[in-house]
Design a protein around this ligand. Sequence first.
Ligand code: SUG
Length: 448
Amino acid sequence: MKSFEVNFDGLVGPTHNYGGLSFGNVASQSNSQQASNPKEAALQGLEKMKALMDMGFVQGVLAPQERPDVAALRSVGFGGSDAQVIERAAKEAMPLLVASCSASSMWVANAATVSPSADTADGRVHFTAANLNCKFHRSIEHPTTSRVLGAMFADQDHFAHHAALPAVAQFGDEGAANHTRFCRDYGEAGVEFFVYGRSAFDSRYPAPQKYPARQTLEASQAVARLHGLSDEGVVFAQQNPAVIDQGVFHNDVIAVGNGELLFHHQDAFLNTEQTLAELHGKMAARGANFQSISVPRDQVAVEDAVRSYLFNSQLLTRANGSMLLIVPEECRANPRVWQYLQGLIASAGPIAEVKVFDLKQSMQNGGGPACLRLRVALNEKELSAVNPGVIMTPALYETLTQWVSKHYRDALRENDLADPQLLIECRTALDELTHILNLGSVYPFQIN
Ligand code: SUG
């Protein structure tokens, strides 16, 4: 049976803004308070989806969330009508209003961890929504994420959904941003690679000193258990705490993998040799030939990786078996990174081509091409069980670009978030979107 890796990209929501909400994420902190352009952000994202579809990849779309999240504001004590809740939060606790307005669900690499059916004990595709509990603005995503994923992957014969892990820092889980699956073919059993930043219960593991380690070993282990993965099919590795302190807040800022290949920075992991040897051994036992490309720090420093998002790229297998790397414009703007990439393509290795995309609106919040997509490996039967409304087609692309042009503002600053009209605009747009994508009722304003 044929199998595919489908990229489901997060559609940028109407409240995309620069709130400076993510301590430890250099771009988020340094662009705080700038004016954003939600319309441009959404169109940039759609452009990437269309380009992948045009290249022959199966491309999906994941809906944004209702923001401002009035229910989140009510849960911390703001009352009255929806407009009054927003007005009071703006007056008394602007940082909470900003957090409740974040369009951060666009970075769907953090929406969930997904294990394909070939890896799981019950032969279904498993999803665990990420609790994202390191940051308030992200911790409020998972209930809607679960409903949206449930509406996209509804067939229980093929898809199993797990609620987010317990909402405590000890089970901090950031989803697929710290998870990579290696395999020979998407439909064959592979090796799932979980990268954590610290251990919550075992003090022998080192931890970063300056910035938070968002993912714990215990959360990664819990997800592997929930998904019914076998010991032969998993590798756990610790991220180098020193790079977290340099702004590598997720492993996908310093490494990306696909098929049999891991593309990573020399300093990405704590015990690199041991990690690579384990991956090699477990892949060999699956009949696969694991390969890795280590980018040396004297060619690309960690700081260059963080600024350019070289590793927050999409590594895709083309029909002829060679690989394509989708990188953001910021890679072309960095001479060391760009030179490295030219050498990489010329080396006749597995990565044959680099394509550059303008994702500046998202990049300024620390979200590159890889952050914007959730990968779901599916066989033909499973693909036909996915809600067809969320699979990108030329017609859907046209509809969504028109929908964005109709509903989105082209500038948003902090004081605009206090405008109760923004909530009405957002709900109107999302109500229409649930019809376009055939999702049913998934938003709090639709179900309460
Ligand atoms: O969680 N930025 C996101 C970026 C997530 C990137 N995802 C991956 N690497 N997979 C975050 O830090 C910033 C929002 C703001 O500052 O307005 C933010 O949430």
